[in-house]
Each structure stands twice: as C-alpha cells, then as structure tokens.
Design a protein around this ligand. Structure first.
Ligand code: NDP
Length: 295
C-alpha cells in the first residue's frame, strides 16, 4: 500500500519505521531535518510538504502533538486536505480530543475519506517492538480496513466505538498514569526518608497490592537506576489529562481527585518546562523531601 506518515516525533519515528518494513512509505515532518535524518535509516520517500506527502497515498497516518495540530496540518494555510484522494483511509494516532476528531471525521467524510482516531499506548519501546495497544474509534468498516495497517506497530488492536471513543479511552488511561506517577513520587520519597532502602521497598510493593505499571516497569527501569531516559514529554501528558478533565466537565461530573492530579501535572509542567519527561515530577518530590529514590 502507498502510505503517508505525518509526524516523526518520539513515537512517530518507530511507528513509521515499522510501516516502512511492509509498505511503500512517504513521510513528512514539520521540522524537515528530522524527516531527512529518519530517511537515512529507513526506506522511504521524504515529502517537502504535508500535501505532497498525502497526494497519491491510499492511507495516511498522523501522529502529532494534539488534535489541533492535525486540524492545522489538514485545514490550515497550505493544508493537506485538498490533496487527499477520494476514498483515502485516514488514521490519526495522535492522543487527541474526541470533539476535534468528530469534526475532522465530518469534514473528511464529504470527500468519502474514512477517518478513525487510533491513539496508542505502550511507549516508544513498544512502538519499536510492534507491541503497541491501539484503541480505534470509527465505523466498523473503517476498522476492518485499518486493522492490517495498524498491525505494523500494534499488538492489541481494539475497536472501541465510534470516532472519539479511542481518544476518550486514551485520556482516561493518561489521567490514571499521571495519578500513579504523582502518587509514587510522594509515597516513595516518604518511604526512603523513613529509612527504607528504595530497591527493597519497591520490590515488596511490586509483589503487593499497591503496584502499577509505573511501579513495576518505570520506577525500576528509570528512577532506581537514575537513567531518566526522555521518551514522552510531560507537556503531552498534561495535554492528555486536560482532555480527560474536559470530558468530565462536559458530562457534568465532579472529579475532585482528578482535578488535583491535573493541577499538579500542570504545575510540574510549568516548573520543569516543555521538554521535560513525564517521570520528572518525581524529581520535584525528591527535591522537596531531600532524598532520592535510588538503589
Ligand atoms: P513529540 O513531541 O516527540 O513530537 C510531536 C510531533 O508532532 C513532531 O513530529 C512535531 O513536529 C509534530 N507537530 C507538532 N505540532 C505540529 C504542527 N502544528 N504542525 C505539524 N507538525 C506538528 O511527540 P510524540 O511523538 O511523543 O507524541 C506524538 C503523539 O503521540 C502525542 O499525541 C502523544 O501524546 C502521543 N503518544 C506519545 C507516546 C510516547 O511515548 N512518546 C506514547 C503514546 C502516545 P516537529 O518535529 O516539527 O516539532
């Protein structure tokens, strides 16, 4: 298949590389240097504009920061939408917001372009290994068309409902992820300050009921060993938490605990900056408490 991939960020790059292994791939990235660098290690064409990338593509995959960015790439000045062929499959792997995804679906449907929101989870390592979880919002026939392509980088690929449903689940996952990170930062610094060796404490927690993906995988793999590899920007997690809270507000729900998670995530983003990694709020707890979670 002729596939266009727009957005070669931290997770877009390994996803696109897996698409290139079984399809004819054209890539575009706003910062052109990143696309050129990608093409030095991956068999693909580099397009000078998003419109040039999608022209002639049977399927388009986007993986940008926000739904707003996808909208801008499609419908902004020099937008790519007019270059999309009639009947194209358009899969947005951005962790997006349901309302914008539904608007995009409606706009593209006028030219028989099938849109699905297909956010992913599993991180940059999962993308490279082809083991991402993909949550797909869209029509059943769009899902059926999309599935073989999504299998390039996805292992568990689930049709979760109409357009916007994938974004909804992703946002819920992300607010739970943020709650885990923030809770572990406070709880583990307290544990260490109380005199418990970090590694022994984490080992016991991970065999007990307080464990989570963050405690089992990220704390041992990134915090205890002090490596903190940057794989996912805190700014993007903050965006995701905002989407979850917007949804709760639209539904008229009170979510005091999640409100606190959102406020703390946004505050950490302000303190740490736009390029900080999503685990770095734990560093703030370390600074506040005067201990480090290492061992
Ligand atoms: P990055 O910040 O690494 O990259 C963002 C990408 O979007 C870059 O290619 C950037 O281009 C592009 N972009 C942003 N704004 C625009 C715009 N207005 N017009 C054109 N291009 C734009 O993000 P990630 O790759 O980490 O994340 C991409 C999406 O995937 C996000 O929605 C994120 O929440 C989600 N995600 C990320 C995961 C991860 O582990 N990193 C895991 C699961 C989901 P440029 O290079 O020019 O800046």
């Amino acid at each position: 298949m002729n596939v266009a991939f727009l957005g070669l960020g931290a997770i877009g790059r390994p996803m696109a590389a897996r698409v290139a292994a079984s399809h004819s791939l054209t890539v575009w990235n706003r910062t052109a240097e990143r696309a050129r660098e990608f093409a030095t290690t991956t068999r693909c064409q580099v397009a000078p504009t998003a419109a040039a990338a999608v022209a002639g593509a049977e399927a388009v995959i986007t993986c940008l920061s926000t739904s707003r960015d996808v909208d801008e790439v499609l419908h902004g000045p020099a937008g790519a939408a007019p270059a999309l062929g009639f009947g194209t499959l358009f899969l947005d792997c951005t962790s997006g917001d349901p309302a914008t995804s539904r608007r995009l679906e409606t706009a593209l449907a006028k030219r028989n372009i099938a849109f699905a929101d297909c956010p992913v989870s599993g991180g940059t390592n999962g993308a490279a290994a082809g083991t991402l979880t993909v949550m797909v919002g869209g029509a059943a026939e769009t899902f059926a068309r999309a599935r073989p392509l999504l299998e390039c980088f996805g292992k568990l690929i689930v049709h979760v409902g109409p357009v916007g449903a994938g974004d909804t689940i992703k946002a819920v996952n992300q607010v739970l992820l943020a709650a885990n990170i923030l809770s572990l930062g406070e709880a583990l610094t307290a544990m260490v300050k109380a005199g418990v060796p970090a590694r022994a404490g984490v080992e016991v927690l991970n065999a007990s009921s307080g464990r989570s993906f963050v405690s089992e995988a990220l704390i041992p793999g990134r915090v205890l060993n002090g490596t903190w590899p940057p794989t996912f920007r805190l700014a993007l997690l903050d965006k995701d938490v905002g989407i979850a809270l917007d949804l709760a507000r639209q539904l008229g729900l009170e979510t005091p605990l999640l409100d606190l998670v959102a406020a703390r995530t946004t505050a950490a983003r302000r303190t740490l900056g736009e390029s900080a990694d999503y685990l770095e709020p734990i560093k703030l707890d370390e600074r506040r408490s005067g201990v480090e979670i290492r061992g």
